[in-house]
Design a protein around this ligand. Structure first.
Ligand SMILES: C[S@@+](CC[C@H](N)C(=O)[O-])C[C@H]1O[C@@H](n2cnc3c(N)ncnc32)[C@H](O)[C@@H]1O
Length: 237
């Protein structure tokens, strides 16, 4: 059946493929930190994994509960955040932690430290962060040249509504500092955010061809600075 949100499917294709590949065929205990309404969590539960979502937003957790009950899935929603992650999920630990789109709005070093504490040794971290250079280009293309210049070397949250952005070397170094073994880094959404929506939504076969193109460049380092997001997979030492 064709997806009702072709661009949404394309946006997550690279991350989803790499994540499911890394999780393998066994049932895993997965924590989705800042998992929101459960876009990934629900799909992982459908694939048979035991999934808990930790998020500070009661509205997001309510939407997650509705979504998972409609599909007759058991995804546990826990209200909490990076600060109290260890207390909220308990000491039993997890085989994998997803942290997608969250490091932008929290203290990244602290968050990685708390994630390392809830991961079992050898456990998997799936990290998605906003990539800075694509945002610089996007601002310049929109005519916001002063903003683009300010963002160029900005390692902090920069007062931006969407928070902090990272380069591939910066986030790789942060992971190593937090005790994670060297990560794979993939380029995510290199083209998807640049393409007119109508082209992807209305033209037959366009979404699948665009997803193929995204997959083809995801592992090419020369595309990392063009990507809206970076996807890193790392294991706890
Ligand atoms: C951009 S959304 C990403 C949602 C989801 N992970 C995804 O990739 O679609 C950011 C999420 O982080 C959550 N969040 C915000 N502050 C947080 C914190 N301090 N600790 C954990 N999650 C937080 C928000 O409630 C929201 O659900």
């Amino acid at each position: 059946m064709a997806s009702r949100d072709p661009r949404g499917t394309v946006r997550t294709a690279v991350v989803w493929d790499a994540l499911t590949d890394a999780l393998g065929g066994d049932v895993r205990d997965v924590i989705d930190l800042g998992g929101g309404t459960g876009g990934f969590a629900v799909r992982l539960a459908e694939a048979g994994h035991r999934v808990r979502v930790v998020d500070p937003s009661p509205d997001a957790l309510a939407a997650l509960a509705r979504r998972s009950s409609e599909l007759d899935l058991d995804v546990q929603g826990l209200q909490g955040d990076v600060i109290d992650l260890v207390d909220v999920v308990g000491s039993a630990g997890a085989d994998a932690v997803l942290c997608h789109g969250v490091l932008e709005v929290v203290d990244p070093a602290l968050a990685l430290d708390h994630i390392a504490q809830v991961l079992r040794p050898g456990g998997l971290l799936s990290l998605v962060v906003a990539q800075r250079h694509a945002a610089v280009v996007a601002r310049a293309m929109a005519g916001h040249f002063v903003d683009a210049r300010a963002l160029l070397d900005d390692r902090g949250a920069g007062g931006s509504r969407v928070g902090r952005r990272f380069t591939a070397p910066e986030i790789t170094e942060m992971l190593a500092d937090a005790g994670f073994a060297p990560a794979t880094v993939r380029a995510v959404r290199v083209f998807t955010d640049l393409v007119p929506a109508a082209l992807v939504d209305l033209e037959s076969g366009a979404a699948a061809a665009l997803a193929d193109l995204e997959r083809a460049v995801a592992d090419r380092p020369e595309y990392l600075p063009l990507a809206t997001q970076l996807h890193l997979l790392a294991t706890r030492d």
